[in-house]
Write a protein that binds this ligand. Structure first.
Ligand code: HEC
Length: 179
């Protein structure tokens, strides 16, 4: 009786071994492939997490503000070729800004930009072509008003832009903060 049971037990364990070994090998393979598959998207996604989209204020301070100032400087020097060049660059910077940030406060940012800057930029281009200092000054003041109109409309009235004064190259009025 006991011998028979012992034999059948051994047989059972052999069968079990025969079954368990391949299954565990299979499992190991499945686990390894699924893990390496899971690792793939993680490595592919890694560069995205390091992508950096400069904010509107980053772009304002880096691409818009310096050109606004340089444009004024160009006209002071009566360097009309450079003024024309800088007007083109300012237009391009506004265009790229709108492309990078298509909406702001649920409103189309490119449309907001063109609605306030299109006219003054056109007038500036005309004044520069005519080498007209007075026309330039008026159009430049209108452009500056358009900067502030947008800042106020979007709740950033603390950012006050002005025509650069005297020898100062600053075009930002840090003293007049409009909430
Ligand atoms: C269509 C709207 C719009 C127009 C036009 C516009 N701005 Fe701005 N500007 C903004 C917004 C919005 C911010 C604030 C973004 C924020 O802080 O999130 C800003 C912020 C700024 C800042 C502050 C950046 C900082 O980090 O301190 C400066 C400087 C600036 N603008 C300059 C200008 C100048 C110069 C012009 C005109 C030549 C101009 N902007 C025209 C929308 C506009």
């Amino acid at each position: 009786m006991t011998r028979v049971r012992a034999i059948s037990n051994r047989r059972r364990s052999i069968v079990l071994m025969l079954f368990v070994i391949p299954v565990s090998i299979l499992l190991a393979i499945v686990l390894a492939t699924s893990r390496s598959r899971a690792a793939e998207p993680a490595t592919a996604a890694a560069p995205q997490t390091t992508q950096y989209l400069p904010s509107i204020s980053d772009l304002m301070i880096a691409t818009i503000q310096p050109r606004h100032r340089r444009l004024w400087q160009a006209a002071q020097n009566r360097d009309w070729a450079f003024a024309a060049y800088e007007t083109g660059n300012l237009k391009g910077a506004f265009k790229r800004l709108g492309e990078a940030h298509p909406t702001e406060h649920d409103i189309s940012f490119p449309e907001m930009i063109s609605s306030v800057t299109e006219q003054p930029l056109k007038a500036l281009t005309a004044a520069i072509e005519a080498k007209d200092q007075t026309g330039f000054s008026k159009a430049y003041a209108d452009l500056t008003d358009s900067c502030n109109a947008c800042h106020q409309a979007l709740g950033h009235g603390v950012v006050v832009i002005r025509t650069p004064r005297g020898k100062s190259v600053s075009d930002q009025d840090f003293t007049a903060a409009t909430p």
